[in-house]
Design a protein around this ligand. Structure first.
Ligand code: C5P
Length: 296
């Protein structure tokens, strides 16, 4: 049996995020179009005899204990699979943390899928998604490995087709708490009036995506951090067809139909950002991604 596996863990952006209502359990009912993008963390898992999970990550702000969702994913998987193993998980972090890009959820999903392969546990996609939903609302989406429509609290996932448009992601270098943003939402938005039901319309091209870019959480984060609106303006001034904050932020993205215009905007914007910010030129992933690369 193989003892080591390496897998890519992609970031996501929300092209559409409508908050429908606050639920009795405290979560919010969502309607969201989620797009994985070609910005990846790299995860390696080594399995050995014995017990205990260790996480190694050269990132100052990332916990390496149970507070790390990847740790809890490994713990849950071993428990569910009834496996006794010593696991050493190395996370090479490229996705900004606390950024609205789903990095932590993606890492957790990648750990579940990689362990399923590494330990030959044979769990199906549905079981992995159920496990993922216990870890966080965004985790099941990353099990699907492709564009999706997310409803419920974000954990009810339906595969959709999205055109592979180009995106520039800009992260201003500070973290925003998802719970804080949802908590403030009720103060700025009357959710009772938002009882519309949505039926999914296909996004056939980048122009359709542009016309429907929307995020209910943006007003909350942008009101506290004016940087969000400033970065969106910078993207629009540099030729983006549309710009939006992703998830609970603070990362914003610009949409581009062609690689050439995205690359030009990237070169123009990059020198104007401060040292704390990061910028990425990525593409929307159309099909399965982040699958374990196989034995190392
Ligand atoms: O599910 P997850 O642990 O990622 O959610 C983090 C926090 O975000 C929750 O504790 C909740 O405050 C908020 N949240 C929400 N509605 C959702 C998803 C998250 O209110 N659909």
């Amino acid at each position: 049996m193989m003892t080591s596996i390496t897998a890519l863990s992609p970031a996501k952006i929300n092209l559409l995020l409508k908050v429908m209502r606050k639920r009795e359990d405290g979560y919010h009912e969502l309607y969201s179009v989620m797009q994985p993008v070609t910005l990846y963390d790299n995860i390696t898992i080594d399995a050995g005899q014995g017990a205990g999970i260790t996480i190694e990550c050269r990132h100052a702000e990332l916990p390496v204990d149970r507070a790390n969702l990847a740790y809890r994913a490994a713990e849950l998987f071993l428990d569910r699979a009834g496996a006794k193993k010593r696991l050493s998980i190395t996370i090479e972090k490229k996705i900004p943390v606390g950024a609205g890009l789903g990095g932590g959820s993606s890492n957790a999903a990648t750990v579940l899928m990689a362990l399923n392969t590494l330990l030959a546990a044979g769990l199906g996609e549905k079981e992995l998604m159920e496990m993922g939903a216990r870890l966080g609302s965004d985790v099941p989406f990353f099990i699907l490995k492709g564009p999706a429509l997310a409803t419920g609290r974000g954990e009810v996932i339906e595969r959709i087709k999205l055109p592979g448009c180009h995106y520039i992601l800009i992260n201003p270098g500070f973290q925003v708490s998802t719970a804080w943003v949802y908590g403030r939402l009720g103060l700025t938005k009357n959710l009772e009036n938002n009882t519309l039901t949505y039926s999914y319309q296909a996004f056939d091209g980048c122009a359709e995506i542009r016309d429907r870019l929307f995020n209910d959480l943006e007003q909350v984060t942008a009101a506290r951090y004016p940087e969000v609106s400033r970065l969106k303006e910078m993207l629009m001034e540099n030729g983006a067809a549309g710009a939006l904050m992703s998830g609970s932020g603070p990362t914003v993205f610009g949409l581009f139909e062609e690689h050439g215009s995205a690359a030009r905007a990237f070169e123009a914007i990059r020198p104007r950002l401060d040292a704390a910010s990061s910028i990425f030129l990525v593409q929307g992933v159309e099909g399965p991604t982040g699958a374990p690369d196989g034995p190392a």
